[in-house]
Design a protein around this ligand. Structure first.
Ligand SMILES: Nc1ncnc2c1ncn2[C@@H]1O[C@H](COP(=O)(O)OP(=O)(O)O)[C@@H](O)[C@H]1O
Ligand SMILES: [Mg+2]
Length: 270
């Protein structure tokens, strides 16, 4: 993607090459709380956008709007160039938007392959609607192999896996459902460096395979700059900084956050 498109102001996007997603001045209020106060964002096709920001900045709320879980109070969403009001999570899914949440929705006592087909099990032909375990096993193994996730056996219950492996299964499940836009809300939270490396490698491979655009909410600046093409910093429901990863640094990001923090302290001390 060329630079003018990545940073073009809302409304000036080249219609010949629609972005995977664009949000224009998104506002979300919960009663008296304004969680999003006019957030605009773009996601190019095949791009990885990393979102950083303090607790309460509105990151999860933004993701929940993009997955159809919440509806924005104001503002407009465009999916693949089409103005779209996402009515529900199912609606967003039908448009190829999949999310892996902070608290993974995996059934821990069930096998890996079962989890990959949860709520869309393959049944055998015939009057009894028996589950086709053989086919689900084979397809799950194939899918994990395709994206380079290695598990001893797809028959293992998910509870036997490490946090990183579980996250990988959740990502694989989303990818298997033909996601075009994948949203990851703090996928590396509470993971050690090795585990986090597993997910970073997986996301990198998915990017190389092509066809997928990814938004990742992240905590660690260095990891974010490593993996994302572009970063966006959110503070108090607003986007306060946006830049290509190659054009910024951990030091610069920390400086912006520090300045903001000092300004806040100064205001609240008055
Ligand atoms: N369902 C909700 N009802 C009321 N307030 C909410 C709800 N979800 C989030 N908020 C509030 O919106 C703000 C942003 O929250 P959130 O999006 O979870 O931030 P982040 O993910 O960046 O930590 C917070 O003040 C939070 O308390
Ligand atoms: Mg959050």
């Amino acid at each position: 993607m060329d630079e003018s498109q990545a940073f073009s102001a809302p409304g000036s996007t080249n219609p010949a090459a629609p972005l995977a997603l664009r949000g224009d001045q998104l506002v979300k209020r919960f009663g008296a709380v304004t969680a999003l106060d006019g957030v605009s964002l773009t996601l190019g096709k095949g791009e990885i956008l990393g979102i950083l920001g303090d607790n309460g900045a509105g990151k999860s709320t933004l993701v929940k709007i993009l997955t159809g879980f919440h509806q924005q109070t104001d503002g407009t969403l465009y999916i693949d160039g089409q103005q779209t009001l996402l009515r529900s999570v199912d609606h967003a899914r039908s448009l190829g938007i999949e999310c892996v949440y902070q608290d993974l929705a995996l059934a821990n006592s069930l096998s890996i392959y079962h989890n990959m087909f949860l709520n869309r099990e393959i049944v055998r032909r015939g009057p009894f609607k028996l589950l086709d375990h053989k086919q689900m096993r084979e397809r799950a193994a194939q899918c994990l192999d395709d994206i380079g996730v290695h598990v001893p056996s797809v028959d293992l219950p998910v509870e036997r896996l490490s946090g990183g492996q579980r996250q990988a299964i959740a990502v694989a499940r989303a990818v298997y459902s033909n996601a075009k836009i994948l949203l990851l809300d703090e996928p590396l939270a509470a993971m050690g460096a090795r585990e986090a490396g597993l997910i970073i490698d997986l996301v990198t491979r998915l990017k190389e395979k092509g066809g997928l655009s990814i938004i990742m909410i992240m905590h660690n600046y260095a990891q974010t700059l490593d993996i994302a093409d572009r970063i966006m910093l959110m503070q108090r429901g607003r986007v306060t900084y946006e830049q290509k990863s190659a054009l910024t640094s951990v030091a610069e990001l920390m400086d912006i956050v520090r300045r903001e923090y000092r300004a806040m302290r100064a205001t609240s001390a008055q």
